[in-house]
Design a protein around this ligand. Structure first.
Ligand code: NAD
Ligand code: ZN
Ligand code: ZN
Length: 346
């Protein structure tokens, strides 16, 4: 079968032919319908070889959806042909965090060498993929896989980030979304669906700011060194109650810190290497800073439920499997508005 692999440190991903996978005991083989292209893959492919925690080649794709093609020995309760979304942050299933339903914070994944598909295990950017356990699948219940595959990360990650701040997102509050890309444009829709907060979106691209407005941002602000001042003005001097940074680079974490109001939440989701200093009188009183990772399976079910209600609509640009390297190139160049999705079967 064809697969999109990151093979050589520092090189672009390649489309290659690999053996067709077969499901072992307890595993499920999916025929992939759609695989999303996330900016985290670019972060992984920019790491020096010695920082990579898994061997190459790596089949990319940590947002996946497809139909059940075959069941490994002992798998029951699922039918061949069912359309499933893949829950990506695989853990051990047995540690304290996993048993609390927070497999994204598995305490033993690193020690046991368990990696998410596309981030260590073979991923969804191939004609077929292996899912290691039934609990890592969620039925799509009629949702279109191409339109909705990215909810497994670009939906789930912002949903989890927003859930941490829900008590603060009361009417009259302001939330700043920094970076209206794949994750950010879904975050805006989730905020509008779940809360009455006022949303201010920041980006460096006019196209992304336009998309942000179309998906529900009340205000848009160009992300430059004056952005925090504009947020202060828009909030009557108070600053924002919640800031979600989907870039996480030094200029945006600086904006996040400068735009925070008293008792604010600053949530850094982006992998851009920026930091927010915390200390008395460094930030407004009682400001909380956190950097969450992905989300839980329960939260994925909830995000898909929102999609069923028509509350989230991912802005998708599709590519064939042979065009996957081009999709990454365009994402890297800042030329994707919304989410790029690869269709392995055309
Ligand atoms: P993306 O490329 O689709 O979106 C990034 C957006 O940020 C783009 O619209 C871009 O124009 C904008 N941008 C770039 N520089 C900016 C700046 N200085 N100010 C404001 N906007 C700026 O990326 P994505 O796939 O949505 O991922 C966003 C980030 O989240 C990436 O760093 C990714 O690695 C990270 N991520 C983290 C998690 C997690 O669990 N923490 C999960 C998924 C993705
Ligand atoms: Zn991702
Ligand atoms: Zn665990």
């Amino acid at each position: 079968m064809k697969a999109v692999q990151y093979r050589t440190p520092g090189s672009a991903p390649e489309v290659v032919t690999v053996p067709d996978p077969e499901p072992g005991p307890g595993q499920i083989l999916l025929k992939v319908a759609a695989a999303g292209v996330c900016h985290s893959d670019i972060a992984v492919m920019s790491m020096p070889a010695e920082q990579l925690r898994f061997p190459l080649p790596l089949t990319l794709g940590h947002e996946g959806a497809g139909t059940v093609a075959a069941l490994g020995a002992g798998v029951e309760g699922i039918e061949v042909g069912e359309m499933m979304a893949v829950y990506g942050p695989w853990g051990c299933g047995l540690c304290r965090k996993c048993t609390q339903g927070q497999e994204n914070y598995c305490l033993r994944a690193a020690e046991l060498g368990i990696f998410p598909p596309g981030l260590g295990a073979p991923g969804a950017m191939a004609e077929y993929m292996i899912v290691d356990d039934l609990r890592h699948l969620v039925p799509m219940r009629g949702l279109d896989p191409v339109q909705n595959v990215s909810l497994t990360d670009a939906g789930l990650t912002p949903y989890h980030a927003i859930s941490l701040s829900l008590p603060k997102l009361v009417p009259g509050s302001t939330t700043v979304v920094i970076g209206a890309g794949g994750l950010g444009h879904v975050a805006i829709q989730l905020l509008r669906a779940l809360t009455a907060t006022r949303v201010i979106a920041l980006d460096v691209s006019a196209d992304r700011l336009d998309l942000a407005r179309r998906v529900g941002a009340h205000e848009t602000v160009l992300s430059d060194e004056h952005a925090a001042d504009r947020i202060r003005t828009l909030t009557g001097g108070e600053g924002a109650q919640v800031i979600l940074d989907f870039v996480g680079a030094p200029p945006t974490t600086a904006t996040a810190a400068a735009a925070a109001g008293i008792d604010a939440d600053i949530t850094v989701v982006g992998l851009g290497g920026g930091t927010v200093a915390v200390g008395f009188a460094t930030l407004p009183f009682q400001t909380t800073v956190t950097a969450p990772y992905w989300g839980s399976r329960t939260e994925l079910v909830e995000v898909l439920e929102l999609a069923h209600h028509g509350a989230v609509d991912v802005h998708v640009e599709t590519f064939g499997i042979d065009e996957a390297p081009l999709a990454y190139q365009r994402l890297h160049a800042g030329e994707i508005t919304g989410r790029a999705v690869i269709l392995p079967h055309g």
